[in-house]
Ligand binder design. Structure first.
Ligand code: GLN
Length: 486
């Protein structure tokens, strides 16, 4: 029997659609059926848009018949519920936005729609993208498809789990401190955080505006390039988006990595790194060398300050961004004795514990008398972290590191201890502080059968080199081919 359509990657399905061998309606029906059978155990989806997906699939079918398709026409995708979708509930996994239906599309959604993609629905996340496990969702956690007692990672845990469990062909997520790469690593899929400014954030519900980026989670490297080709590029609606047209990320994909210099940062291989993760990364580095890359040791001396810096900058910006949820402009409103009381009740009942903790931390860090000691100091250290990368990239083309110090942990394991949870972001947050691109790609499995990821970091707008190296690694290994039994 031929492979079921839901198990294909975009790159495998697109030619079948283009040649008319299968129809978008057939693929979409298969996926909707699979979601209704399997997602009860995984809980990747917060909203499944059956009617919307069916009508988009019909339109895609007609478009393909007219010969006007793109490589994304008829491809069923899942969207992290932090992206505004016109007419479709966008909750950010928060009570405060539980019934919010945006009147507009995020730019990335509008671009995918224009390309003919089919949106299956909106997927789970940590509330307002704050977390590393998807346990901070107001609507309950998503489970790791490889082992349902484990977290899928976060905050884009729904996106990663949906891709890994074949509940969509690919998904979009957002990454403020690792939220695409870490769940991709824990679920054994490809996840890319693009350079700050490459992809428009218009319609992305803001968490920390100087760090947030939208990016793809996919079954293979080529699919990430396909999606980035569609979503990257200037947008008059987002002034932080660079005005230059994005490159074609498919162009050099198969160029190989002969002669590429890959830096290995000394500071990323110390205490706290799980031996199984370390062994998988060392093996991956050998594979890269075997493919013709040249390894060299580099130093990122300010790495030890990254977590502290991030958790000042991110919470400060979050406290300011989340001030807009006051019971007046959006969604949920609680009754109060007067206006002030209504604000307080709305925010107390509308936000979960982690979001409230971060708003308090951020408000404190920005308050008069403390701003210089915290936010300003953190911004200064951030510049040093960026400089570390500039110096390293003067010596090498890419940097290879682990994504997460451990494979996925058990549900509930770190929930009572926010600090341990924050520390698990150590390898991903520097990229956001520096604004550089980073990808996680499958590089092994732990003795418990949980996936592990290799992180490839590039200089600003160095996505093409990341794609080349990742594709070469993927072609030489088969970790990405394994799928969990769900
Ligand atoms: N885990 C980090 C945090 O909680 C990163 C989240 C993200 O990238 N959105 O802030």
């Amino acid at each position: 029997m031929a492979e079921p359509l839901y198990s294909l990657s975009i790159s495998q399905l697109a030619p079948l659609l283009a040649q008319g061998e299968v129809s978008p309606v057939e693929v979409t029906e298969q996926l909707l059926a699979r979601i209704s059978q399997k997602d009860g155990a995984i809980k990747a989806y917060l909203t499944v848009d059956e009617a919307g997906a069916r009508s988009q699939a019909k339109e895609a079918e007609a478009r393909l018949r007219r010969g006007e398709g793109t490589p994304l026409t008829g491809i069923p995708l899942a969207l992290k519920d932090v992206l505004a979708t016109r007419g479709l509930r966008t909750t950010c996994a928060s009570r405060i936005l539980e019934n919010y239906v945006p009147p507009f599309d995020a730019t990335v959604c509008a671009r995918l729609r224009a390309a003919g993609a089919v949106f299956l629905g909106k997927v789970n996340m940590d509330e307002f993208a704050m977390g590393s496990s998807t346990e901070n969702s107001a609507f309950g956690p998503t489970r790791n498809p490889w082992n349902r007692d484990y977290i899928p990672g976060g905050s884009s845990g729904g996106s990663a789990a949906a891709v890994a469990a074949d509940l969509c062909l690919a998904a979009l997520g957002s990454d403020t401190g690792g939220s695409i790469r870490q769940p991709a690593s824990h679920c054994g899929v490809v996840g890319l955080k693009p350079t700050y400014g490459l992809v428009s954030r218009y319609g992305l519900v803001a968490y920390a505006s100087s760090l947030d980026q939208i990016g793809p989670l996919t079954k293979e490297v080529r699919d990430a390039a396909l999606l980035l080709n569609c979503i990257a590029g200037p947008d008059p609606k987002d002034s932080t988006c660079v005005p230059t047209t994005a490159a074609d990320y498919l162009k050099d994909l198969e160029q190989g990595i002969g002669g590429l210099k890959v830096g290995v940062p000394r500071e990323f291989f110390g205490e706290g790194l799980d031996p199984e993760v370390e062994a998988a990364i060392r093996q991956a580095l050998k594979t890269l060398t075997g493919l013709g890359a040249e390894l060299l040791e580099v130093s990122l001396p300010h790495t030890e300050y990254a977590v502290a810096t991030y958790y000042v900058v991110a919470v400060a910006e979050a406290s300011s961004n989340l001030a807009r949820y006051d019971g007046v402009k959006y969604g949920f409103r609680a009754e109060g004795k007067n206006l002030l009381d209504m604000y307080a009740q709305t925010r107390t009942r509308g936000f979960g514990a982690e979001v409230r903790r971060r708003i308090m931390l951020g408000t404190y860090a920005l308050s008069a008398g403390y701003y210089d000691a915290y936010y300003k100091k953190a911004s200064q250290v951030r510049a040093l972290i960026r400089r570390d990368f500039d110096r390293a990239f003067a010596q090498c083309d890419l940097i290879a590191t682990p994504v997460s110090p451990t494979p996925a942990f058990r549900l509930g394991e770190k929930l009572a201890d926010p600090l341990t949870m924050y520390l698990s972001d150590i390898f991903t947050i520097s990229a956001n502080l520096a604004g550089i691109p980073g990808m996680s790609l499958p590089c092994g499995f732990s003795s418990l059968g949980l996936p592990m990821g290799l992180q490839l970091l590039g200089p600003p707008f160095g996505e093409a080199a990341i794609f080349r190296a990742a594709r070469a690694f993927e072609a030489a290994t088969d970790f990405h081919r394994r799928r969990p039994l769900v």
